[in-house]
Ligand binder design. Sequence first.
Ligand code: PMP
Length: 290
Amino acid sequence: MSRIAYVNGRYLPHAQAHVHVEDRGFQFADGVYEVCEIWNGHIVDMTRHLDRLGRSLTELQMDWPLERRAMETVLRETARRNRVKNGLVYLQVTRGQARRDFAFPKLPIPTTLVVTARSTSPSVAVKNSEDGIAVVTTPDIRWERVDIKTVSLLPQVLAKQKAVRAGAKEAWMYDKEGYVTEGASSNAWIVAQDGTLITRPAEKGILRGITRAAIMDYAATNGIKVEERHFTLEEAKAAREAFITSATMLATAVVKIDDAVIGNGQPGSIVSAMRARFHEGVEKLPLSVY
Ligand code: PMP
């Protein structure tokens, strides 16, 4: 089955799905994106993802490409046309196509909207959850507005490549004071000896992850304490458990940070329970509403 992408109003086979060479996403990374998990034929936390998209667009003074309801339909329809039952749907909005010039186009132009969807491998997910993952560490060299979910991701590309080269699955970035900021494409968490979850406050130094918010809900429902505070790499390496959260990895145990083994080197009981029960509390909207 050929994969289908939505591009500016049309559903097209990937081979024909193009944006213009002078699209500002391509020229300047002048765009924003979202990734939602598809779980068992449902889109997970679409409301929160579209709320965050709205915030990213506002921060960059960009317009919604479609009305929000139409956008929801396109997300569902793209997932449906690609027959995704478990996987992800990706959307990208750029400022649009205009003659190359750094400043915004003088006349209003339509924003570009691209949506793709794909299935993910259940066996990889099971392996990650059973074995946990290793992370490497790297300085956070990003700009100050990492709270905006832009497609300008080169520091994360380099960080992830460093991880892959070391045989790890993720890179944890740290700031100039040695505090962990977040993963290249995930939020970073540790578990204190008393079971408290610790994660960096979501001001401007990290992306306000949707899965991070879902874990906060889970913790509140289950009487688990959460502390939003900075933590160092040293503290992380000595933690009872460590984990990452993202729409594609959910909550996944970190069992090694650089050369330091976390706990007994196996996913701990707190993260394992969170992951097993993750979908109980989240918003799940069926792909088909017709
Ligand atoms: N931080 C960064 C830098 C990310 O790229 C992501 C995933 N897009 C996250 C955190 C996790 O966010 P979410 O839970 O919304 O996927």
